[in-house]
Design a protein around this ligand. Structure first.
Ligand code: UN1
Length: 504
């Protein structure tokens, strides 16, 4: 599908994507594909006010009816999957199959949220007092702020919005300044869903805020936005988390990862190889769940690592929209420079590097394609503690599982982790209280590509937030505990007796 056809299918008019001051470049060749308008500070203020008005209407619509809007949204996404997947690929540089996969995550979370709309369950709790009942209600929160990163330019919005909307909230979305076109396309799709849904969906139920860092800061600082869900680097999350905490808001942080795979002596090396390759070079190493470190047992090291090195030399790198390609470009020159700086440091620390160099420079002078890098860490060298958003895989050898788990955990981040083993005891240790300390701990699958049905997120500098599946919906609601007395007495809790006879 060419760019004109993509824009046509997504109803993106010239006035939607041009005429502004924020230039948008495709990582594929560095060409400018848009020049979008930025929201002024005053415009952001009024969008926040409009989100509050929309919330006050939407919260009164019954939750299963709210689910109907998300059902329609999911169906439109099904129709537009190829066009939106192509635009994702073009705007952020991930390969087309991964662009489609990202839109599929949007569809999946819509399906999940439709069901959730009928399951906003609270508890009934036994009261200690006679003729009393205790109940828990889950109530909508208000406008939900969503800040997303370039690498999952549409799915993260959908994870948050599908749930936030069925929970009775409005949404304000600040996408990455690198990927506003896909956000504008999603806004159009949402508007189409609202139009099909009917009059009981208020205007301004979901809005986008286009801008750079200051736009995000304004959203984060607003006391009118009770929840901020932010995806990005740990440095960004530290600022967002402290700002939101200062105003007693609630934040959901999904930040950096430094994900590792342990390959045990009994591992099925064929699937371990595939899991590592997809996790490490997929999305050109630009997923928060990308595999960044592997710990390979000494018994299988010489079977696995040379095979990985050979594969690294052979992976097809190039235009992400060409279906034979496995690795697309890095997002931009800064990403390339960060990768090179990390490799210089790895070398200084005794790493043995294969790959890492820029490729296809003649064909794409303004596109940053790289050969994915494998860095074998020799002997007892330092663990790698930083997340570099690029395809660099650090390889360590281990002999003792406890030590490997310790080293895997011994980093500031705690998002995703995996072990490949056919030893049931090892698998159970890895997922026990003394195993992985990450939000995601997989057995015989890799670190990336999580399904939407589970709660997604991680510990430590990953921020502690959980989004998408399981009971992540609760973050978009406030819990209300209500005790009801159906007797004619007023017994106090904790058995307290007050003599109020003086007041007779
Ligand atoms: C991200 O990179 O921010 O588990 C999200 C995965 C995807 C989501 C990644 N489902 O790799």
């Amino acid at each position: 599908m060419d760019i004109k056809e993509i824009f046509k299918q997504l109803d993106l008019q010239d006035t939607d994507i041009n005429g502004g001051t924020l230039a948008v470049f495709s990582p594929t060749d560095g060409a400018r594909i848009g020049q979008v308008k930025i929201d002024s500070s005053a415009a952001i203020d009024s969008k926040i006010d409009q989100a509050q008005v929309a919330f006050k209407e939407w919260r009164n619509v019954p939750a299963p009816r709210r689910g109907e809007l998300v059902r329609i949204l999911g169906n439109i996404l099904r129709d537009k999957k190829e066009a939106l997947g192509s635009l994702v690929s073009l705007e952020c540089g991930k390969i087309y199959q991964e662009g489609l996969g990202e839109v599929q995550e949007m569809i999946d979370i819509c399906d999940f949220a439709v069901g959730q709309a009928r399951q906003l369950y609270g508890l009934t709790i036994a009261s200690e007092r006679p003729s009393h009942k205790m109940r828990e209600y889950w109530q909508p929160m208000g406008p939900i702020g969503v800040i997303s990163a370039f690498n999952f330019p549409v799915a993260v919005w959908a994870w948050n919005t599908a749930l936030a909307v069925v929970c009775g909230n409005s949404v304000l979305w600040k996408p990455s300044e690198k990927t506003p076109l896909t956000a504008i396309a999603c806004q159009k799709i949402f508007a189409q869903a609202v139009a099909e849904f009917g009059d009981d969906a208020p205007e301004y139920l979901s809005q986008i805020i286009i801008g750079e860092r200051e736009a995000g800061e304004q959203l984060v600082a607003s006391t009118k936005v009770p929840v901020i869900s932010a995806t990005g680097s740990s440095a960004m999350g530290r600022l967002v988390g402290t700002q939101v905490a200062k105003r007693f808001g609630r934040s959901l942080l999904e930040l950096g990862g430094n994900n590792a795979i342990i390959v045990a002596p009994t591992a099925d090396l064929s699937i371990a190889f595939q899991g590592i390759l997809f996790g490490a070079v997929g999305t050109c190493g630009q997923r928060c769940t990308s595999t960044r470190r592997i710990f390979v047992h000494a018994d299988v090291y010489d079977q696995l690592v040379p095979k990985l090195k050979r594969a690294y030399a052979q992976v097809k790198i190039g235009d992400p929209l060409d279906e034979s390609i496995l690795v697309g470009p890095l997002v931009d020159k800064d990403a390339f420079n960060n990768m090179q700086a990390a490799l210089v440091l790895a070398k200084k620390n005794g790493g043995d590097i294969i790959g890492g160099e820029r490729v296809l420079e003649d064909k794409y002078p303004a596109g940053y394609y790289v050969q994915p890098a494998i860095v074998e860490m020799q002997g007892d060298v330092d663990n790698v503690r930083e997340e570099t958003f690029a395809p660099i895989l650090y390889v360590f050898k281990y002999t003792d599982l406890e030590e490997a788990i310790h080293r895997q955990n011994d980093v500031p981040q705690g998002l995703s982790s995996a072990i490949f083993t056919r030893d049931v005891l090892e698998a159970e240790i890895f997922t026990s209280e003394s195993g992985s300390d990450c939000g995601i701990a997989n057995v015989n699958i890799g670190t990336s590509g999580a399904e939407i049905g589970g709660a997604f997120g991680g510990e430590k500098e990953t921020g502690g937030g959980r989004e998408s599946g399981s009971d992540a919906w609760k973050v978009y609601m406030r819990r209300m505990t209500s005790t009801l007395n159906y007797s004619k007495e007023l017994p106090l809790a904790q058995g307290i007796k007050l003599d109020l006879s003086d007041f007779d």
